[in-house]
Design a protein around this ligand. Sequence first.
Ligand code: UDP
Length: 337
Amino acid sequence: MHAPILVTGGAGYIGSHTVRLLASQGRKIVVLDNLVYGHPQAIVDPGVELVVGEVGDQDLVRALFAKHGFGAVVHFAAYAYVGESVTNPLKYYQNNTAEPIKLLQVMQEFGCQVFVFSSTCATYGVPDALPITERNGQSPINPYGRSKLMVEWILADCGHAWGLRSACLRYFNASGCSPDALIGEDHNPETHLIPRVLMAVSGEIDQLEVFGTDYPTPDGTCIRDYIHVEDLADAHARALDHLSAGGASLQCNLGTGVGVSVKQIITATEEITGQPVPVTYGPRRPGDPPVLVADPALALSLLGWQATRTDIREMLRPAWLWINGPNHGRYPGEKSS
Ligand code: UDP
């Protein structure tokens, strides 16, 4: 019997896929989400309670702890627009760094010592070696990455001070959706490559702009490691089991180890959809490192986890289904960006 779990940001993209998996495993889940970017419709399991509120509302979080006696917290709630973090850093440091401190204070009060944290490959900045291992230096190049890295440090310090055990899961590029396309990726605004390339095919946007064709990569476009969102969800379940069984804190990459370029994604999209992708070629987007690819070996050795899908078409197919399904890539009531 698992103790109830508090999932912050569980109505977001990665959070909702994780909540669905955890609930299917028979775990009691309470989601805390302010619904700024999350979608109540993304909580599809009727046994999951959604509480609308702020992670930093300590009276609310205390009341939830008192009622449910959580054994663990899985913390997704965060802002994740890198460009916005540059122009409005305080928004990111407040929401992504200061709010979790308030949550951790309540966890300490209630003696809850298990925390699974959504970290990011953005904490590495421009990698000093490839593929990226956890031994790479962490030198984030934007406030978003720094706001997440600071939480990694805070978690380590809480571990030393009061025994918190945490898993910092450094995601590479989350993609895809559940195979039934009941839940999926719905950001507003949508800035990510895979949804945008599919939006260009479906006509929701006129063209995909490729940001830079002069990178030092084989085809000149950026290379990323696209990881299926359900594989990410599985890693959270394993991290929870590891920590709940008394396992030590860990930090690990969650990626496939396979690098895919922007041009390769366009080609694979044309293959899957049977339609041409309207494309324009523009300048580099500031802050984009040429190549980000994970070495995922540590997650395998610590959690027994590895990506079950490594072919980019396995991420594109469900994402295309989500756009063509009953929701057309948007939860009901959501406007396109
Ligand atoms: N990209 C692009 N056009 C877009 C969106 C993204 O060329 O409209 C590129 C971007 O420069 C990066 C890659 O696609 O090289 C992945 O970008 P995304 O925003 O999906 O994820 P990120 O790697 O920034 O987290």
